[in-house]
Design a protein around this ligand. Structure first.
Ligand code: S3P
Length: 433
C-alpha cells in the first residue's frame, strides 16, 4: 500500500458518495437472474465479491451486461427456462455472501453444481446453510461432512420447512428464503436476533409475497421475482471508514450522500452517536425497498461504548472500525457477543486485539467479549491485513491518527468491497468533489 503518511491529520471535508452497497448488489444480481426478462441495476458495487456473484449467475445461465462500463448493469434473467447446469465449478472467491446465498439457489437446480472459494472462504463454516438445505431435500456434500468448501450440490425438488437458526445470519436466512421460493409448501426462517433484512425488502419490492412476524420470515413456494430496475444505495459499511476518520480527524466536516440507511444495517451509527460523535442523519428517499439519505459528520471527542450482544448482528461488519474509534475514546469500551467475528474473512477478533496491541493500544478478548481501553495514542508500525478488507481499512483509519505511519501489508484485499477507498479518502481530504 502507498503510505498514507502524507494524508495523516488532514481533515475530511466537502461532499462524497461511496460505492454501491455490497449486500444489496449481490441480492439484486440474484433476484434479477431469477426473473423473466431484463432487469437493470444502477450503482452495483464493483468490488471482487460482487463480481464473483455476477460470474456465478452467468454460469447458471443469466446474461450480465455492462454496456460501456457505465454505472448501469443489465441482467437477462433465466425466468421460466430455469438455471442451467454449470459446466465448471463456481468460484465464490473471498465472498461468503456469494457462496452461502448461492447454495440456496443451487439447491433447486436440477443437476450438479460445485462451489469453491479462496483460501479464506475454504476455512469458513458452511454447515449452517448446508444442514437446513439438506433438510429441504438438497443433496450436498463436501469436506468436513459438508461444512467446508468445495461443496457439491445435487439440487432438485425441495420441500418447504420451518427452520430455527442457531446464529442470526442474513446469509443463511437469505439462502433459505431463495430455496423456499422454489420449494413445495411454505418455508419459514426464525432467527435468534435481528440480522439485516435486505432480502426481505428486495423480495417484496420485486413482487414476491413474504410474511414477517417478529423474528420469523415466511415465504410460499412457487413464486418468482419480476424483472425491474434496481437502484443500489451507497454502502453504509464502506461509509463507516470515512465517518470514523472524520470523527477522529480534528476540523472534519463531511457530507456523505445517497448512502443506505436500513435500520437493520446502520446500528453502528447509533453506537457512534452514543459515543458522542457529531452525526446528523437525514433519510431522504427510498428505492428498491431500501431507505437512503445523507450523513453529515463533524469531528468530535468520543466516550467509550458498551455494545450489547443483541445489537451485534446489525453492526457485525463495522466492529473493526468501531474498535479503532473505541481506542481513541475516553474510557473502557466493551463489545459483547462478538464470537461470530472469528468466522469472518479472517479471525477478526484476534486481528483487532493483535493489531491494536501491536500499535500500543489496549485490547483484549475474553470469551465472546471484546474490550478496548482508550484513549491511547497509537504508534506507527506494520499491520497485516490477513487478506481481510475490513481489517485493512480499519487499520488505515488508525493510520490517520497514529503518531507515525502504519504500513498495512496485504492492502490489495480492499478490492473485495471498496477498490476506491484511498481515492475517496484523498477526495475528502482535498475538500470533496
Ligand atoms: C452479509 C451478512 C453478514 C455480513 C456479511 C454480508 C449479507 O454475514 O457479515 O459481510 O450480505 O447477508 P452473516 O449473515 O453471516 O452474519
Amino acid at each position: 500500500m502507498k503510505p498514507i503518511r502524507d494524508r495523516r491529520s488532514r481533515p475530511l471535508t466537502g461532499r462524497v458518495s461511496v460505492p454501491g452497497d455490497k449486500s444489496i448488489s449481490h441480492r439484486a444480481l440474484m433476484l434479477a437472474a431469477l426473473a423473466a426478462g431484463t432487469s437493470t441495476i444502477e450503482g452495483l458495487n464493483d468490488g471482487a465479491d460482487v463480481t464473483a456473484t455476477a460470474t456465478a449467475v452467468t454460469a447458471l445461465g443469466a446474461g450480465v451486461l455492462q454496456p460501456d462500463r457505465s454505472a448501469r448493469v443489465e441482467v437477462e434473467g433465466w425466468g421460466d427456462r430455469g438455471p442451467v447446469e454449470p459446466v465448471a465449478t463456481i468460484d465464490a472467491g473471498n465472498s461468503g455472501t456469494t457462496a452461502r446465498i448461492l447454495l440456496g439457489l443451487l439447491a433447486s437446480v436440477d443437476g450438479h453444481c460445485s462451489v469453491t472459494g479462496d483460501e479464506s472462504l475454504k476455512r469458513r463454516p458452511m454447515l449452517r446453510v448446508v444442514a437446513p438445505l439438506r433438510a429441504m431435500g438438497a443433496v450436498i456434500d463436501g469436506r468436513a461432512h459438508g461444512d467446508l468448501l468445495p461443496l457439491a450440490v445435487r439440487g432438485g425438488e425441495l420441500e418447504g420447512r420451518d427452520h430455527e437458526l442457531a446464529v442470526a445470519s442474513a446469509q443463511v436466512k437469505s439462502a433459505l428464503l431463495l430455496a423456499g421460493m422454489h420449494a413445495s409448501g411454505s418455508t419459514a426462517v426464525t432467527e435468534p436476533g435481528d440480522s439485516r433484512d435486505h432480502t426481505e425488502n428486495m423480495l417484496r419490492a420485486s413482487g414476491v409475497d413474504i410474511e414477517v412476524t417478529d423474528r420469523t420470515v415466511r415465504i410460499a413456494g412457487g413464486q418468482r421475482p419480476v424483472a425491474m430496475h434496481w437502484d443500489v444505495p451507497g454502502d453504509i459499511s464502506s461509509a463507516m471508514y470515512l465517518i470514523v476518520a472524520a470523527v477522529l480527524l480534528r476540523g472534519s466536516d463531511l457530507m456523505i450522500d445517497g448512502v443506505g440507511l436500513n435500520p437493520k444495517r446502520s446500528t453502528a451509527l447509533d453506537v457512534l452517536k452514543r459515543m458522542g460523535a457529531d452525526l446528523a442523519i437525514d433519510p431522504t428517499s427510498e428505492a428498491s425497498g431500501e431507505p437512503r439519505g445523507e450523513i453529515h459528520v463533524r469531528s468530535s471527542t468520543l466516550q467509550a461504548c458498551t455494545v450489547d450482544a443483541s445489537d451485534v448482528p446489525r453492526l457485525i461488519d463495522e466492529i473493526p472500525v468501531l474498535a479503532i474509534a473505541a481506542s481513541q475514546a475516553e474510557g473502557d469500551s466493551a463489545f459483547h457477543g462478538v464470537g461470530e467475528l472469528r468466522t469472518k474473512e479472517s479471525d477478526r477478533l484476534a486481528a483487532i486485539v493483535e493489531g491494536l496491541r501491536g500499535l500500543g493500544g489496549e485490547a483484549e478478548a475474553a470469551g465472546d467479549t471484546l474490550f478496548v481501553r482508550g484513549p491511547r495514542k497509537l504508534s506507527g508500525g506494520i499491520v497485516d491485513s490477513g487478506g481481510d478488507h475490513r481489517m485493512a481499512m480499519a487499520f488505515a483509519v488508525a493510520g490517520l491518527v497514529s503518531s507515525a505511519s502504519i504500513r498495512i501489508n496485504g492492502w490489495s484485499c480492499v478490492q473485495t468491497s471498496f477498490p476506491t477507498f484511498l481515492d475517496l479518502l484523498g477526495t475528502a481530504q482535498a475538500g470533496g468533489r
